[in-house]
Design a binder for this molecule. Structure first.
Ligand code: NAD
Ligand code: TDX
Length: 351
């Protein structure tokens, strides 16, 4: 079946990998990438596919109802892959309303326009909402998040994502909108904006700058290579059931401090620095407010029902990621010039 798909946030980290996968794997699909190009959106992420005949980029805001209506009328989308979001927890602590606006209002705007556009024939349509494990709250030392875990968001970011998830399910229940959802653990890989832990530390190691570890570094995250995440989205988009939710995760838990030490070790060797050099950059700083202790995903539903499994061991994925950043210093320079310095000083000075 041919499809005309709207991908939102396709110029961001996960969105760019998703757009690349769909544009190259499905030449019969028409892909329209709608992105506002906030600080996190970057068309350099898509240089290799920007001229593909089945790809088009449109700059715009998902909260702009009139604009979204016109876009649907023009392209007659039969599917939406909704990635656009404000995605950084620390920014949500300083500016929660920006998160309500894009993550909640923006998602409801898309849902409303999709519902109105598809009202005469919902059959064959798909509204796929990409979400996070953070909606489930924080785990203690044991246990995993399953699809049945009660929502318990604890940061403005996760509260806004939880709200958007609820609206997606409400549109399915109330209007029969054909939706699918997935909740994924922490991603890492190429094109990751250096405000997030892994690319921030890679950038700082390259520049011999301190590596800021919040609190004691004992918080645990479950890391998944971004290409494995978008492969899971592909499987769920094509084979997952309408109205259902799938958890995606790496079964790959690391405390922040163990992860940063592994990064330091690999980068000592890649940068020809004596063993132990980079670890000296580790600096413990004031903890994140309301810092969730541990996230860990049970992805067995996705494995058992749709056959998806992560493909990469973490050490290998991390090594590939570091190599990408070392080979793409120009990309790193572009995204860290301008406003990045101001952001960095505001977030880390005096911490
Ligand atoms: P990102 O911040 O790298 O990219 C977000 C993109 O959305 C950017 O290109 C930005 O320009 C665009 N955008 C923001 N506001 C917009 C608006 N109002 N209108 C149109 N475009 C807008 O984020 P990411 O890390 O790629 O995350 C993508 C999605 O995946 C998000 O929904 C996030 O909640 C979810 N997610 C992320 C992770 C992760 O580890 N990064 C894990 C699980 C789920
Ligand atoms: O400088 C830092 N120092 C530090 O110790 C930063 C930026 C982070 N941290 C800690 C906080 C977290 O425990 O590292 C861990 C990872 O932090 P982030 O990279 O900011 O990710 P996280 O807060 O876990 O959220 C991410 O995963 C889930 C994404 O940003 C979300 O979009 C996704 O939904």
């Amino acid at each position: 079946m041919k499809r005309t798909i709207l991908i939102t946030g396709g110029a961001g980290f996960i969105g760019s990998h998703l757009t690349r996968l769909f544009v190259t794997k499905y030449p019969d699909y028409k892909i329209v990438n709608l992105d506002k190009l906030t600080y996190a959106g970057n068309l350099e992420n898509l240089k290799d596919i920007e001229k593909a005949p089945n790809y088009e980029f449109v700059k715009g805001d998902i909260t702009d109802m009139g604009f979204i209506k016109d876009l649907f009328a023009k392209h007659q989308f039969d599917s939406v892959l909704h990635c656009a979001a404000e995605s950084h927890v620390d920014r949500s602590i300083t500016d929660p309303l920006a998160f309500v606006n894009t993550n909640v209002i923006g998602t409801v705007t898309l849902l409303q326009v999709a519902k109105d556009s598809w009202k005469d024939k919902m059959d064959g349509k798909i509204f796929y909402h990409i979400s996070t494990d953070e909606v489930y709250g924080s785990l203690g030392e044991e246990g995993f998040f399953t699809e049945e875990t009660k929502y318990d968001p604890r940061s403005p970011y996760s509260a806004s994502k939880a709200s958007s998830d609820h609206f997606v399910r409400a549109y399915h229940h109330t209007y029969k909108l054909p939706v699918k959802l997935s909740n994924c653990s922490n991603n890492y890989g190429p094109y990751h904006f250096p405000e997030k832990l892994i690319p921030l530390c890679i950038h700082n190691i390259i520049n011999n700058k301190p590596l800021p570890i919040y609190g004691k570094g004992e918080n645990v995250r479950d890391w998944l290579f971004v290409e494995d995440h978008v492969r899971a989205i592909d499987v769920i988009f094509h084979k997952g059931e309408i109205g259902e939710t799938y958890n995606i995760g790496g079964h790959n838990e690391w405390t922040n401090i163990a992860l940063v030490k592994e990064l330091c070790k690999q980068m000592d060797s890649k940068l020809n620095r004596p063993a132990g050099t980079n670890e000296k950059l580790i600096t413990y700083v004031t903890d994140r407010a309301g810092h969730d202790l541990r996230y860990a995903i049970d992805a067995s539903r996705l494995r058992d029902e749709l056959g998806w499994m992560p493909s990469l061991q973490f050490e290998e994925g991390l090594s590939r990621t570091i190599d990408w950043y070392l080979a793409n210093t120009e990309w790193l320079q572009h995204v860290t010039s301008g406003n990045y310095q101001k952001y960095y000083e505001g977030m880390y000075a005096g911490r």
